[in-house]
Ligand binder design. Sequence first.
Ligand code: ARG
Length: 461
Amino acid sequence: GNTKLWGGRFTGSLDPIMTQYNESIYFDRVFYDQDVRGSIAYARANVKTGILTEHEFSEIERGLNAVRKEWADGTFDIKPGVDEDIHTANERRLGEIIGKDIAGKLHTGRSRNDQVATDMRLWLQDQLEKLEGFLVDLLKVMAARAEKEVEAVMPGYTHLQRAQPIRWSHWILMYASFFASDLQRLRELKARVNRSPLGCGALAGNPFNIDRDAMAKELGFDGLIMNSLAGVADRDFVVETLQWGSMLMMHMSRWAEDLIIYSSGEFSFVKLADAYSTGSSLMPQKKNPDSLELLRGKSGRVFGQMAGLMMSVKGIPSTYNKDLQESVEPLLDHVKTVGDSLQIATGVLSTLTILPENMLKSLTPDMLATDLADYLVRKGVPFRETHHISGQVVALAEKQGKPMDQLSFEELQGVDRRFEKNVMEVFDYQKSVEMRSAKGGTSRSAVMEQIEAVKKALSGE
Ligand code: ARG
């Protein structure tokens, strides 16, 4: 006979590979606690509807707590081929513990459709809380390093060509600004995850006038998914989480790529701690930035799952269809991958060493060509003209085979008579960064202001 919970109208048994293809217990078991909490709230609300007596409710509550304990202790015995998912497994076990007469009343007016959506949202809320903590940790390390190492000046790049001197802290704060936006987006996302679909039933709503608000409140939701069809059909909260994490991993990947370049022998601006590097099995001298490469690589996997889920969802007719079960595994993997990545990034950043002498050595006087043009701008010469003049100085230095700052004052005057003695003061990297003191620039005060902004973002201001 068919022992499945929905077995009433079925006679034959499932093709064994169909059983395995259909079941989700081996991954949705992670929702065991949420499933128990949801069932207790549902049972309590069904005392008010008159479906359960107080006694029946307390039996169900006792039984569900026992089921939860078995999962927590690792003693829950999954019945292969019978326990299709976490909902059926928990209900089956509840019946064994308190008897089927009472346990059989729990599912009145409820469906696994509103149940799974409730479980996933409850689980995700906790996970987003954790991810928020990891992201805040990363931003804290960024702010602290930016503050502590504000002296270090390095080349800033466009097109990966040396462009203008910047503070190392300014580079850190570029990513802090990206990650602060990710934090803001996460906080907005939480509000949409944190709404209850419980009581939507299979699709059409609950016929016993169940108090959905009371259940939502008991479970810690901020409100309801109002439309019952939407409650069971909606996986936007999963899609949006994957989109959020994809954006974050996109930032993470660029950050990792920068550090991979900066840690190469040719740059040597930073040195990764041994804790986040690995050696080569063949070349004894190698120290590879595997942590950063994995961050970059895992971002691709995260984007793929995001795109894959959107494709799974886009053609599903209303309301619940089994395709939606395909949202669970990518969500579990996503949350783990993003959480691990954030912790690794924080570890890498808090343990790496910077090599400010090498940063300085990589600065070249031609990176001050714009400053030279700006010098004449301050004397009233139009920038388009000064750009040309400074370009001639660059060409002259190149022709003479010496750095720009080694040209004599007379040679500079030969290019343009408006250069005065103090023009040589332009060739100073510290001065160059300090000149850029307008909001958001690379001067010390502008960098300090940005650090304050990051700290404010952490507190949600
Ligand atoms: N395990 C399912 C899921 O993850 C929930 C069960 C709903 N199944 C059903 N046949 N209505 O989506």
